[in-house]
Design a protein around this ligand. Sequence first.
Ligand code: CA2
Length: 138
Amino acid sequence: MKKLIIINGPNLNLLGKREPEIYGSQTFEDYFKNLKSKYNNFKLEYYQSNIEGELIDKLQEVGFNYDGIILNAAAYTHTSVGIGDAIKGIETPVVEVHISNTFSREEYRHHSYISPNAKGVILGFGLKSYDLAIESFY
Ligand code: CA2
């Protein structure tokens, strides 16, 4: 069974609790329960941190023994050379995910330090972006 991990970056612990017009009204924990039962042919894990170094530690920890990483680095997407370097340094393929269409938002969200080293990028489909990322590992 393929082992995948979803890694979420800063503020995504607020999903379902703030700004529902942009990010929807479901908490990630509730959504993750649905994902686990829908994709029960994968071993799925979930990790969230608001701290850049913790995200890098997690990428290094899973980056040699998991089959796939689904990463929404949130605001660090647009700022973190360190997370970009971590992805370059690991073996497990990373699919970059965003809930919103970052290209229809502010200019500073148009650049990503993740994309150059990601296997692919899925954005703009709401939480469904995570479903699509999982399906890319079939
Ligand atoms: O669309 C996405 O998934 C983003 O990665 C979300 C980030 C944003 O900085 C990126 O540009 C695009 C922000 C996540 C903040 O999440 C919140 C959720 C609920 C309430 C407040 C923030």
